[in-house]
Design a protein around this ligand. Structure first.
Ligand SMILES: [Zn+2]
Length: 159
């Protein structure tokens, strides 16, 4: 796994934002420093979430501020979404100056992999659910401008 220097936020037309991120090696010794650096970059940019591709890191890792605490999630994936959806204006550190009204499920369950390769899941609603969905979108090269006003994601599993 090749970790590039993590100093730069990729914005607008950067191809890094459109690539499908690869599975992250959860056993990497770089996990603590990477998690620390991603949180630092997100905070410096006054954000509440950041995904690997936004800093040119082509792997499936995100940091999110959930309930006032920063979480570093490796290989996160949405395994359940609520039927109920709501629209709200979203910004993105990679799209400065742009706000898009995005309709998303109000609640989600996200599975992620721990350093010992075990799978955990977290449930989130409201803003935390929105941040998780937004950051996981980045791992698949999806931006808020793709979701648009009438956007939304299709139910997975039992919905
Ligand atoms: Zn974003």
């Amino acid at each position: 796994m090749n970790i590039p220097p993590l100093n730069e936020l990729h914005i607008h037309e950067s191809p890094a934002l459109r690539a499908i991120a690869e599975t992250f090696d959860v056993t990497s010794a770089l996990v603590p420093s990477l998690a620390f650096r991603m949180v630092e970059l997100a905070r410096e940019a006054d954000g509440i979430g950041l995904a690997g591709p936004q800093i040119g890191l082509p792997y499936r890792v995100i940091v999110c501020k959930l309930q006032e605490q920063w979480s570093f999630l490796m290989n996160p994936r949405i395994v359940w979404i609520s039927h109920h959806r709501v629209g709200a204006a979203e910004g993105c550190l990679s799209l400065p100056g742009i706000k898009v009204n995005v309709v998303r499920p109000c609640a989600v369950r996200v599975a992620h992999t721990m350093a010992d390769r075990s799978i955990r899941s977290i449930e989130a609603c409201d803003l935390a659910a929105r941040v998780l969905q937004h950051e996981i979108d980045h791992l698949d090269g999806i931006l808020i401008t793709d979701r648009g006003l009438s956007g939304g994601i299709e139910p997975v599993g039992g919905g």
